[in-house]
Structures are given as structure tokens and as C-alpha cells.
Design a protein around this ligand. Structure first.
Ligand code: PLP
Length: 378
């Protein structure tokens, strides 16, 4: 372990996760790999390439700059920007030949004027979003969604209506509400198909992909499952998914702690008996959430040891018990597998009342990523 902190990303796992997800899709449905937020912390460009190698049909991101990053890296696959776009961002989006999402007249106006201003030659491919219950982006008003779609179709050669989409609010926990959302979406899809039979209908995120085959439609938009995390925050292996990311550090210092001696800011851990502490040089600036203070375990030499004391910006302390339990330089696994032991992003998320998404996205840019394929350098 030469580095202070390292995120190892197994691109072969991403590839296999995509293949497995695709194998479970309803007939004819494709998979769009969501690589926003730097590929949920895994690295957008390598994750996108691995997902495409695993058979993803297209990619999705949240922002114009994320689309531009993929294009700058030479990725030519379709990229859908799912997020809201300001007028300035729209120009970046069009330059990146990205597909965009519309749900208001104002945005169609902005699109038409952006088409006039951009040097991009291709038609802009537009998806219209109906908000069926997420309460975020999209219009809740059916007739408005239809009107926006008709305006896109009638806007001239610059725009092309290609998709109808919605987003589920609670596919991970509420099948009834998901079914209700789907039942609101279907008439919209039917109405757009009457006008343009070849549109692509898409709604499912990872949870819906795994749990509701009826929601697969033409395309599923999978993010978290592509990275091998369980959208239900349980065990990814239950779905045949392989976590792609491991987070490691090393034992930088070892010291004895006598009863009454403490570790870390605020003295939130005090030794009750004679014990030993390992200092591991990663902290909340690397993505080890402060809520994990006295509240998680790390792996060293295939064994679990408790993190004790407050998580600092650059260090954590681990109680190892005895001076010979571990050695300086030993690898410390914060997320990942060591021997028979495994710590998942889901486990860490569960300890602090969050979701695995926040754990992997939280691995900061200060942590170098090392890409491999089942242990071989990628
Ligand atoms: C609109 C939209 N679709 C799909 C996804 C992918 O969701 P997941 O990572 O749960 O698969 C997201 C992620 O937040 C999203 O915002």
C-alpha cells in the first residue's frame, strides 16, 4: 500500500453488473447507465466505458458539464442530460451533442433559440418528462406535457422528439406508489406514441429495474446497481451485483492507550482497559463520514476492528487491542473485502442513516482512483 488513501475500482465488476441487469430486463428493453456525479464517485469516464462494454445502450448524466466531460474523453454513445439546464448550460449541452429533457414551454423556447446560436449541426434529441409523483422535475400536468411534446415536434428541423420519461419516487420501498406512477405514465406514453410511434419510453431506476419488470418499458436508467450497490440498501449479492469500489488506507502509527487515555477530538472515546490504537490517515475530507465516529468497523488482516474516537479531517483511529494484532503499514479496508470479511457501502450507510449513494459519491477527489479488472491493472 503505497498511498495514504486509495479507491480501487473494478471495471470488470461494472461490466458484469450491467450484463446481469440487462439479462433481467423485459424483452426489447435496453439499459442506460447513469454516470452522473463522477459515476457515483467511481469516475465517470472509466465507468461509462465499462458500462458500454457491458452492453449499456446509452449514458445519462445530470449536468451539461458532465456530458461535456464524456465527449471530451472521446465517448460517442448517446448521452442524456436528465437535469434542469440554464440557458448557458444548454449551449454546453448542445455542443456536447447531448439529449435533453423538456417539460415547459419556456424550455422549448430556450431550446429553439439555443439551436440558432450553437454551431452543433445535429438535431437536438428531446425527451419530455411527466412528473407522475416524484414532485421534482417534469410537469404534473398531462396536457402541458403533451403540448410541450407537440411543440418540440413542430419546432422545425432543429429538434427531434425521441423520448417520454418519468422518475419513480419510492421504487425501493413502495410498490403500490410505483404502480400508481406507472399507471399515470402509461397514458402519456400512449398519447406520444400516437403522434410519434418510435419514441423511447423510460421510467425505471435501479430499484424498479430489479423489482418491477412492468416498469422496464423500452429503456431502464440504472445508476447505483451498475456500481454493484443494492438500491434497497441491503446486500448487493442478493441481486448478483458486485460492488465495484473499495476504499483502502494503511496503518500509519500504532500506540498504546492506558485506561483513561482518549483518542481524537472531543475525547469521544476513552480507553477503559489497557489497549492499542492504530492511526489510519484518512478522514472526513476523504469521505469517511463524521457520523461514523465510534460507529463502524474497518478490516485489517482479514479481521474487523472498531473505529474509535472522532473522525477527523485526515485521520481516524482504530482500536486493535494488542501491539501485535496489526503492524504499521498493514492495509486497512474501509469499504471492500479482506479475507472472509466484507464491509459494504450499504453497511456504512446503514450506520449513519443514509444510502450507499451518499457513501460512494462522498469518496472525495482527494482520494486517487486505481482502475483494475479483477486485480489486473486496467
Ligand atoms: C432521473 C433519474 N433517473 C435515474 C436515476 C438512477 O437512479 P439509481 O441510481 O437509483 O438507479 C437517477 C438518479 O438519481 C435519476 O435522477
Amino acid at each position: 500500500m503505497a498511498l495514504r488513501a486509495l479507491a480501487r475500482v473494478n471495471l470488470a465488476a461494472i461490466e458484469r453488473n450491467v450484463s446481469r441487469l440487462r439479462a433481467g430486463l423485459a424483452d426489447g428493453a435496453g439499459l442506460c447507465a447513469v454516470v452522473k456525479a463522477d459515476g457515483y464517485g467511481h469516475g465517470a469516464v472509466p465507468a461509462a466505458r465499462a458500462a458500454l462494454a457491458g452492453g449499456a445502450r446509452s449514458l445519462a448524466v445530470a449536468t451539461a458539464l458532465e456530458a461535456a466531460e464524456l465527449r471530451d474523453a472521446g465517448i460517442t454513445a448517446s448521452v442524456l442530460i436528465m437535469g434542469a439546464l440554464s440557458d448557458e448550460e444548454l449551449l454546453v449541452a448542445l455542443d456536447a451533442r447531448a439529449e435533453v429533457v423538456a417539460w415547459s414551454d419556456r424550455f422549448v423556447d430556450a431550446l429553439v433559440s439555443a439551436c440558432d446560436r450553437t454551431s452543433a449541426m445535429e438535431r437536438v434529441r428531446v425527451h419530455v418528462k411527466l412528473d407522475t409523483g416524484m414532485g421534482r422535475l417534469g410537469t404534473r400536468v398531462f396536457d402541458e406535457a403533451i403540448r410541450v411534446a407537440e411543440r418540440v415536434m413542430g419546432a422545425g428541423p432543429g429538434l427531434e422528439l425521441v423520448g417520454a420519461m418519468t422518475h419513480f419516487a419510492s421504487a425501493d420501498e413502495d410498490p403500490e406508489f410505483t404502480a400508481l406512477q406507472l399507471s399515470r405514465f402509461e397514458p402519456f406514453v400512449a398519447a406520444l406514441r400516437d403522434r410519434r410511434p418510435e419514441i423511447v419510453a423510460h421510467a425505471a431506476n435501479s430499484a424498479a429495474t430489479l423489482r418491477f419488470a412492468a416498469s422496464h418499458l423500452d429503456l431502464v436508467r440504472c445508476g447505483i446497481a451498475v456500481y454493484g450497490c443494492d438500491p434497497m440498501n441491503d446486500d448487493p449479492l442478493l441481486h448478483g451485483l458486485e460492488p465495484a469500489l473499495e476504499l483502502m488506507s494503511y496503518v500509519a502509527a500504532l500506540k498504546a492507550a492506558a485506561p483513561g487515555e482518549s483518542a481524537g477530538y472531543g475525547r469521544r472515546w476513552v480507553a477503559r482497559t489497557e489497549t492499542w490504537l492504530a492511526t489510519v490517515p484518512v478522514g472526513y475530507a476523504d469521505g469517511i463520514r463524521r457520523g461514523l465516529t465510534n460507529n463502524c468497523e474497518v478490516l485489517i488482516g482479514g479481521r474487523r476492528f472498531p473505529l474509535v474516537g472522532t473522525v477527523s479531517m485526515d485521520n481516524i483511529t482504530v482500536e486493535v487491542g494488542a501491539p501485535d494484532a496489526v503492524r504499521c503499514g498493514d492495509v486497512v479496508t474501509i469499504i471492500g473485502t479482506d479475507g472472509a470479511e466484507r464491509v459494504t457501502a450499504e453497511e456504512l450507510a446503514g450506520r449513519i442513516g443514509t444510502i450507499s449513494y451518499e457513501i460512494t459519491c462522498g469518496v472525495s477527489s482527494r482520494v486517487p482512483r486505481a482502475y483494475h479488472r479483477d486485480g489486473e491493472p486496467a
